[in-house]
Structures are given as C-alpha cells and as structure tokens.
Design a protein around this ligand. Structure first.
Ligand SMILES: Nc1ncnc2c1ncn2[C@@H]1O[C@H](COP(=O)(O)OP(=O)(O)O)[C@@H](O)[C@H]1O
Ligand SMILES: [Mg+2]
Length: 220
C-alpha cells in the first residue's frame, strides 16, 4: 500500500496547496507513481493541474483528482493500492473531509507562517491529531515554518511554539523561506524546481522537506 500524506491545518493561505504540489512533483521526479488529491472546494490544486497540462515539454507525471466529502476515506484506501504515494491538499474549512482523510493517512504536514493568529490554532490542530489517533494510531504530524523570515527571531519562536505540542506534533528540522520562485512556479502549474530559472534556495529547502517527510512516512 502506498503512503498517504496530507497537507493540512485549520487556516487557509499557509501553503498547503503550494507544498502539496511541490512534494508531488519531487516524488514524481524521484520515480514514484504519484497521485495528488484536491480535497479543497477552492480547487487550487485542480487549477494548478490545469495549468500544468498546458505546459510544453516533458514534465514528471502527476495525476490529479478532486475528492470532497467523507467518502475520501475509502477512496484514499483504494487509491493508495494503485499509487506509490498519495498526497492530499486538504481544505482548511472543510474539516470533515480533512478528518476523514486523516483517519487513513500516515503523515500530516502542518505548514505555519512564522507569526500571527495561525500559530494560535496549534492547540486545536494538536487536539484534532490526538482525536484522529484513537482510530489511526500510526498517524504522524510534523509542523514547520513556511514563508520563513530571512532574519529575526520569529521563525525560532514559532518553532518553540511547535515544541510545546511536542507530544502530539513533531517540529520538523526544515524551514521554507518566503520565495517568489515558489509562488510564481506554482501559478504556472510547476514545482519550484521546474521553473525556467529555478531559485536554488527554494529548491534546496523544498528538497529538504521532501526528504524529511518521505523518510518519516517510510518509518514503521
Ligand atoms: N514558501 C512560499 N514562498 C512564497 N510564497 C508562498 C510560499 N508558500 C505559499 N506561498 C503563497 O502563499 C499563498 C497561499 O498559499 P497556498 O498554497 O494557496 O495556501 P493554502 O493552500 O494553505 O491556502 C499563495 O499565493 C502561494 O503562492
Ligand atoms: Mg489551498
């Protein structure tokens, strides 16, 4: 059975869709059979896939489907038999879909900005993870800063807030900077590494996230 990864969290605009697409591209480039599931009624990932299909030239194949609602649980089970890895872009508002997906997932990715009200949702996110673990014991959750600041102490302060929930959520040893190349490539249906002139820092950070997330979800 292939692994199921979910880019989730309670807030919108934190990078779920962007990071899900980048992880899907990196997994595909690493030779895995990848399914990217858009579970957000806002359809950002479906739009990304449409833009990707307009791109010329050889791109690593990322199959995309949209699944909303509680049936996502059974669908993910079924699809994970077919694909090496299934990555779900979860809608922040659609909590019932997200919970249903979490009940069969191996890893929840939780991007957070380095400051602000999104960090206040950590308690609620940790509670959700604890709840889901009563039916899906093996679920792991990793939090990390996305759109990290180039300087200052806010990134580290956010990571200290993750550590306060360390029994439930692991603080991943990665930071993704606030990089224009990540945003512009996503608008074109690409991963940051597929841009015409890739931003090497963005590529290195996303590779680090990819390696970390995939090594964790391979662990027993
Ligand atoms: N690391 C990053 N660097 C620059 N822009 C980013 C980064 N991550 C996300 N963004 C931008 O932030 C906005 C929200 O990201 P998105 O992935 O759509 O969030 P979500 O799916 O959580 O709502 C988008 O415009 C996206 O391009
Ligand atoms: Mg989104």
């Amino acid at each position: 059975m292939g692994k199921i990864l979910i880019a989730g969290g309670i807030k919108g605009g934190i990078g779920k869709s962007t990071l899900a697409a980048n992880l899907a591209v990196l997994a595909a480039r690493a030779g895995q059979e990848v399914l990217l599931v858009d579970a957000d009624p806002q359809e950002t990932t479906a739009t990304w896939a449409a833009a990707r299909s307009e791109q010329r030239g050889e791109l690593a194949p990322v199959t995309t489907v949209s699944i909303i609602g509680r049936q996502i649980r059974d669908e993910l089970r079924r699809l994970s038999e077919k694909y090496g890895v299934v990555i779900v872009d979860a809608g922040a508002r659609d909590t019932s879909t997200q919970r249903a997906a979490l009940s069969v997932a191996s890893l929840l990715l939780l991007p957070f900005p380095p400051r602000g009200p999104d960090l206040w949702t950590l308690d609620a996110v940790a509670q959700t993870v604890s709840d889901v673990r009563s039916i899906n014991e093996g679920l792991r959750a990793i939090a990390f800063v996305n759109r990290a600041d180039p300087i200052g102490s806010d990134n580290a302060e956010a990571e200290a807030a993750f550590a306060e929930h360390g029994e439930v959520i692991e603080a991943a040893p990665v930071r993704i900077g606030n990089r224009k190349g990540i945003a512009t490539s996503h608008l074109m249906g690409l991963g940051a590494c597929e841009a015409q002139r890739p931003d090497p820092k963005a590529v290195a950070e996303l590779n680090a996230l990819f390696r970390y997330a995939f090594s964790i979800s391979d662990a027993p």
